[in-house]
Write a protein that binds this ligand. Structure first.
Ligand SMILES: Cc1cc2nc3c(=O)[nH]c(=O)nc-3n(C[C@H](O)[C@H](O)[C@H](O)COP(=O)(O)OP(=O)(O)OC[C@H]3O[C@@H](n4cnc5c(N)ncnc54)[C@H](O)[C@@H]3O)c2cc1C
Ligand code: FES
Ligand code: FES
Length: 497
């Protein structure tokens, strides 16, 4: 058992105890370390002004550890989540002899900054992007990498140009230090549970899932924090105090992503970004849905299971996974139970989870023979926006084009993510034809009675839900006319042609 956390800020090792488990990285940097280069804009993960770079050793046997670099929003990360990591801020970029980092130099050369408030955040996202395996100097992936950074004055074109110039600049000084960083992070791995009791609050970082189970059994009121992309806002915007934080983001056995005979099992600490390729390979559209969850910074921290556990009616993952037929794995002490994911969501703000119980993982089955799968996210902005609604559809078609099975789930249409049972019934056993489509469009009006809120009116939600069925028909019905139904990946010129 350890009673302090250990991490590096730049090249300096910090042993910390006696701090609040909900002290944000941003407040610690600015108020206690004087690193004011990291800016506070929105304080809720939206603007990217606070972006910092976190290096961690990922993985283990059989592939061995891998040094991973991730941009995250310091405003909604807690210092308690940094155990075992190396944190870099914009102050770390310039070499000791004053030479600018290639990204900084490119921003200067190509006029990527005016007022400069957003600039440190952009620069950190750009440094992080250069470090991603397979990063390319192309507009689409660069836009994705920078979608979580807002700029009010410069305009994005010079920043994207700067990114491209920086990509061509070769390695940076962190590349030269990679082996040394990996060694020092490896030395921090001691496999111990961390327990820090302060006067007002307590922090536990369990060494493994067993330690997590025991901690929650002993204190069922403790707050689980995975990526803190929801919980962070409870603190910065809700001003909540959390008496006992249990940080699970680095629990090794919960970070596993396993292909089993049942499909893809995603552990409770796997982030959206780390699950993205596997999900994209498993279900058509899942990769695109993940790409549109928050921003790179949000996906680098937010977990797939946190998106389920929070019970939000507008979480993007749950409807996709419900339509695919996912199974949720829950654990309380040594007792485990599995349930169809849709059964977990009981009512608004109420889930089928007992005190002391936690989500250990979720298994998403692969598509079966004859199954087609589509998922559509509808939001006001294309990037970095919460869904107005999201529809996910799994149809099984036989050789004659008859729908033998249908699983349809929606988010944003009810108080929880929910199956569209009447619509499924209208499809099952019928040929996938124009007449069946019309029956399904009528049925979906009976499945849901959505509310109006700032994201969409009830009329809009009902209309779009029915129209998503029409889109599904156009994309999947045998012999249907195939109009262009996707904007993603098309150039602006092609869209307006
Ligand atoms: C700027 C921004 C943009 C966002 N955009 C989107 C979006 O486009 N789509 C979307 O769906 N979401 C979005 N979110 C919401 C959020 O990122 C996701 O819901 C995320 O997946 C939550 O995961 P987390 O690990 O950060 O959860 P946390 O914040 O750590 O936890 C969320 C809740 O789940 C509980 N919890 C976490 N893990 C477990 C577990 N294993 N067992 C039991 N309980 C657990 C926590 O106690 C808490 O109640 C956005 C958030 C931000 C800040
Ligand atoms: S301050 Fe806006 S994302 Fe952190
Ligand atoms: S340069 Fe002013 S906000 Fe980006």
């Amino acid at each position: 058992m350890r009673d302090h956390i250990r991490f590096y800020l730049g090249d300096t090792l910090y042993d910390l105890s006696g701090f609040s488990p909900t002290l944000t990285v941003l407040d610690w940097l600015r108020e206690q370390r004087g690193r004011t280069g990291t800016k506070e804009g929105c304080n809720e993960g939206d603007c990217g002004a606070c972006t910092v770079l976190v290096a961690r050793l990922d993985g283990g046997p059989p592939d061995g550890p891998r040094l991973a670099w991730r941009a995250v929003n310091a405003c909604i990360q807690f210092v308690s989540m940094l155990d075992g990591a190396q944190l870099f801020t914009v102050e770390d970029l310039r070499a000791p002899d004053g030479t600018l980092h290639p990204v900084q130099q490119a921003m200067v050369d190509l006029h990527g900054s005016q007022c400069g408030f957003c600039t440190p955040g952009f620069v950190m996202s750009m440094v992080a992007y250069r470090k991603q395996p397979g990063a390319v100097a192309e507009d689409g992936p660069i836009d994705d990498a920078l979608a979580g950074n807002l700029c009010r004055c410069t305009g994005y074109a010079p920043i994207v140009r700067a990114m491209k110039q920086a990509m061509a600049a070769g390695s940076d000084r962190f590349d030269a230090q990679a082996a040394a960083i990996a060694d020092r992070l490896s030395a921090l791995r001691d496999g111990q549970t961390v327990n820090i009791s302060g006067p007002a609050a307590r922090l536990t970082i369990p060494a493994d899932a067993d330690a997590l189970a025991a901690t929650l059994l002993a204190d069922p009121e403790a707050t689980i924090v995975a990526g803190a992309t929801d919980v962070g806002l409870w603190v910065t915007k809700g001003l909540r105090t959390l008496p006992h934080v249990v940080a699970i983001g680095q629990v090794p056995d919960l970070k596993r992503l396993d292909r089993t005979a049942d499909g893809l099992r995603i552990g409770a600490a796997v982030t959206y970004e780390d699950a993205r390729d596997a999900l994209a390979g498993l279900l058509p559209d899942a990769g695109e849905i993940v790409r549109r969850i928050g921003s790179t910074q949000v996906r680098n921290a937010g977990t797939v299971c946190g998106n389920i556990a929070n019970g939000s009616p507008i979480g993007d993952g749950p409807p996709v996974f419900i339509a695919a037929g996912a199974t949720l794995h829950l654990r309380r002490g040594d007792v485990r139970r599995n349930m169809p994911l849709e059964d977990y969501f009981l009512a608004y703000g109420q889930q089928d989870r007992q005190p002391g119980e936690f989500v250990e993982g979720v298994t998403i089955p692969a598509l079966r023979q004859g199954q087609v799968f589509r998922a559509y996210k509808v939001s006001k902005r294309f990037d970095q926006d919460i869904s107005a609604l999201l529809g996910a559809f799994a149809l099984t078609l036989d050789d004659a084009g008859t729908i033998t099975d249908a699983r349809i789930a929606f988010g944003g249409m009810a108080a929880t993510p929910r199956r569209a049972r009447a619509t499924e019934e209208a499809l099952r056993g019928h040929p996938w034809s124009e007449a069946t489509l019309q029956a399904a469009r009528a049925a979906i009006a009976t499945d849901f009675a959505p509310i109006s809120d700032m994201r969409a009116s009830d009329w809009y939600r009902r209309t779009v839900a029915a129209n998503l069925l029409t889109r599904l028909f156009a994309e999947t019905a045998p012999g249907a006319r195939r109009p262009e139904t996707r904007l993603a990946g098309r150039s602006e010129a092609a869209i307006h042609a």
